[in-house]
Design a protein around this ligand. Structure first.
Ligand code: NAD
Ligand code: ZN
Ligand code: ZN
Length: 353
């Protein structure tokens, strides 16, 4: 078993007031509790949720001051006395679900994201935009040693979430899924997971560059929401027989696509809501929803088993999503690009700079 020297202070990005900006500074390293591990975070993906947390635009208030981040890949460097199935030196991941009670009726059925006492990394507890982060041992992702920590980081939220969403959609191999927001972090992952699951993908996002990226990742068709004159018709026409996709994954941070999806989804198809635009509402005509037997549902991250399955797809080389790595000190610039809709794939921060 390896032994690690743990400093008393570390670099972190801290949200000190709602709306930000993040402040790059030194803060103390915490000690893990009896059922927790301390992870030396090497790389962390930057999810749009981290931007929502800084802006404070959701109905759930985040802690303040806050260290964001929930796609943290690193090495276990300390553990509490109750932790038996993780060793120092193991590779592990900080994900959105930092911990849950393991005893409520949701946890008992592996629906731990629904646990009323869930702890959320980078939201209700400090997350992975620091060099040393804490999580409940039961919930950290077990990352196989063969996986590159930089490339695997975005799987820890984006990958798990879209993999779970695709399972929730009920789409079967050979069927068609529309991915809305396909050029972003979740979307790029969704194209790859959908392809690996034998699905045909229609990608929807804005601009030529995102279109090129979606096609490179394996989308059969791309619909540009910024230039399409009739998006609903264009999506339907891109499906066999023009009947619409069997499923829709809504990943965009905008309300309008949540209104359009029920119009182009195939009869008996499923619309899965995953993106969380602030203050947005769903809208669907009751008549059509009934006589076309449309399912509308939400999907929220994934459980521990979904996590390990999503990582397994990655380990088998099926998931290759474009990412750009910058220093942790540059996080605010990443948020700026994200606000402008300019991020293709994922940004990953390197905590050593
Ligand atoms: P991102 O910024 O990387 O990607 C969003 C994409 O949506 C961008 O490419 C943008 O161009 C595109 N877009 C904007 N308007 C659009 C429109 N009208 N039609 C089509 N595409 C449009 O963000 P991300 O990190 O992929 O996160 C997406 C959302 O998912 C966020 O709201 C985030 O909080 C949420 N999220 C939810 C869960 C969950 O468990 N449900 C998990 C992680 C993230
Ligand atoms: Zn996330
Ligand atoms: Zn619980």
């Amino acid at each position: 078993m390896a032994n690690f020297e743990i400093p008393s202070e570390q670099w972190a990005q801290v949200v000190e007031k709602p709306g930000g900006p993040v402040v790059y500074k030194k803060i103390p390293v915490q000690k893990p509790g009896p059922d927790e591990v301390l992870i030396n975070v090497k790389y962390s993906g930057v999810c749009h949720t981290d931007l929502h947390a800084m802006m404070g635009d959701w109905p759930l208030p985040p802690k303040l001051p806050l260290v964001g981040g929930h796609e943290g890949a690193g090495v276990v460097v300390a553990k509490g006395e109750l932790v038996q199935d993780l060793e120092l030196g193991d590779h592990a991941g900080i994900k959105w679900l930092n911990g849950s009670c393991l005893a409520c009726s949701f946890c008992m059925q592996a629906d731990e994201p629904l646990c009323p006492r869930a702890l959320l990394s980078g939201y209700t507890v400090d997350g992975s935009f620091q060099q040393y982060a804490i999580a409940k041992a039961a919930h950290v992702a077990r990352i196989p040693k063969e996986c590159d920590l930089e490339a695997v980081a975005p799987v820890l939220c984006a990958g798990i979430t879209v993999y779970k969403g695709l399972k929730e959609s009920g789409a079967r191999p050979g069927q068609t899924v529309a991915i809305v927001g396909a050029g972003g972090g979740l979307g790029s992952m969704a194209i790859q997971y959908a392809r690996a699951m034998g699905l045909r993908v229609i990608a929807i996002d804005g601009g030529r560059e995102k279109g090129e990226s979606c096609r490179q990742l394996g989308a059969a068709a791309y619909v540009d929401f910024t230039s399409s004159s009739d998006l609903v018709q264009e999506v339907k026409q891109a499906t066999p027989e023009g009947l619409g996709p069997h499923a829709v994954l809504l990943l965009a941070v905008a309300e309008k696509p949540f209104h359009q999806a029920t119009e182009y989804v195939r009869s008996r198809g499923t619309v899965v809501c995953i993106g969380l635009p602030a203050g947005a509402y769903l809208r669907a005509p009751v008549f059509d929803t009934v006589i076309r037997m449309i399912n509308i549902k939400g999907s929220y991250v994934g459980n521990r088993q979904d996590t390990q399955e999503a990582l397994d797809f990655f380990q088998r080389g099926l998931i290759k999503v474009p990412y750009k790595t910058v220093g942790l000190s540059e996080l605010q610039n990443v948020y700026q690009l994200m606000k402008e809709g300019k991020v293709i794939g994922r940004y990953v921060v390197d905590t050593s700079r």
